[in-house]
Design a protein around this ligand. Sequence first.
Ligand code: WT7
Length: 566
Amino acid sequence: MDKLPAHNPDSNMGDYNAACRDFRWEEVLKNFEFSSTGRVNAAHEAVDRHVKTMGDRIALRFLDDEEEETYTFQELSLASNRFANLLLELGVNKKDRVFIFMPRSLELYIAFFGILKVGAIPVPLFEAFMREGLLDRMGDCDPVAVVTHESLKERIPRDEVETLESVIVVGGTEENEIGFDEIKTKDSSFEPVWLDLDDPLLIHYTSGSTGKPKGVLHAQRAIIGHYQTGKWILDLNKDDNYWCTADPGWVTGTSYGIFAPLLNGVGTIIRQGRFTAERWYETIERAKVTVWYTAPTALRLLMGEKEDTASKFDLSSLRYILSVGEPLNPEVIRWALKVYKQPIHDTWWMTETGMIMISNYPSMPIKPGSMGKPFPGVEAAIIDDNGKELGVNEVGNLALKKGWPSMMKEIWKREEKFKEYFIFDPWFISGDSAYIDEDGYFHFHGRVDDVINTAGERVGPFEVESRLVEHPRIVEAAVIGKPDPVRGEIIKAFVVVRGVIEDREALCRELIEFVKGGLAAHSAPREIEFIDTLPKTRSGKIMQRVLKARELGYDLGDLSGAGEGV
Ligand code: WT7
């Protein structure tokens, strides 16, 4: 498909090249109160400071199947003050970690800002995680408190996390738990704990190709990037009805579901419940969504619906659509042009980058299949395995020059992991491969490592393999991402089992449930193959790449390091 004309030349950013030429991060600072007061707190910038000028505007709009409930900036400010006072009483201090393990709800957002106000570090976790998944993450960063819901609290490994003192529960409480409702009895005034730009903001856990999930710690300064990308990439304006479909358990749900809109004084729509085409289209119709930030898998699922599903809803409010998390097929853009009468704007970034780094802008022509161009002030390049910059159309490591405000500050307690991203300092190496075409557009090529991207969720093979081998029947396991037309990739496991397999299907089901029940539904394999031996290097490391090549029918390449089983 050829280049599509710019969707909206009159967007906030205006001309891309001019924006790049004139851009300075220092200028962006002027939009924050801390630039004149010297006192930093992300909750103050996103919520409290708006109370004076637009306290009655809606900050949160929560919809479930039947009803909706809204919170103005003022109400959110007061409720999160009460929550902050509760935390203080519980002895939560600056830099303490507080997990948020809740379904999407207003309480989640109140807790999030309350935690920020006391200077503590929120660690949001997606509600699908099970006990083992929680234990890996809690055991890593030692939280003092968790905010949860009665339907999820059983999964919290309270006895095994020694630091965990307070469990705050929305809904029914038992002994040793604190009811979320107690905030009603707390004072609604609170002065935020003032911080520096380099103090922590939050932690998101994400997966690499080896080892347990890593805690990506962001600094308060990340909000500078959230603000400006919200303005120029999401193109947010005060009267927009903005819906980011990501859960705050993932970085998109905090950077772009919370910070970017609120920092820009724009409310954010929260939809309870899981994805169904009807539920999502109904949300757009009911909330008159104007700007919609979503993901390729969701769009592919919508594309797979019956022709008339979209036409049953009034989607005419939509003025601008973006997506992130996986490659966006040109086919999806073609379909969107037909059904939504507009293209989808792809954006590229990662948990570690904290903000969108490469994107298609409303004022720039789209090349379907391309991720777009670097954000003004961001320097991106393709470098080879020796750190040398490559030329046009050459595939190599997608790298970003450090210095953008939302870059992660550290990997929690794992300095060596952090350093791995900077082997070619000052370049941050993303782990993705890509190339730049003759017009300066970036094109995604693949992951360099074994990280799996299933329906936009990043899963480390090691985490799944570790869970599988905990099953009494499993001797060894290896996990790969297998291409899938809807989910991008699915998780496929190769397992060596003990004893005779009587009923393959039953055992498959049992193993899948075992991973779901222990880790999380999205980490469970969709396919399992029983195998006699796993291919390994001479030193005994499992060679996932051999299994993947076999699965896809590729040439196995250089296997000189291989030992058994190849
Ligand atoms: C990985 C990061 C923060 C966004 C949500 C995912 C893949 C992300 C794209 C895109 C192709 C993409 C990359 C990246 N990815 N955006 N537009 N096209 N691939 O964050 O879980 O940290 O995953 O998602 O492989 O490295 P994440």
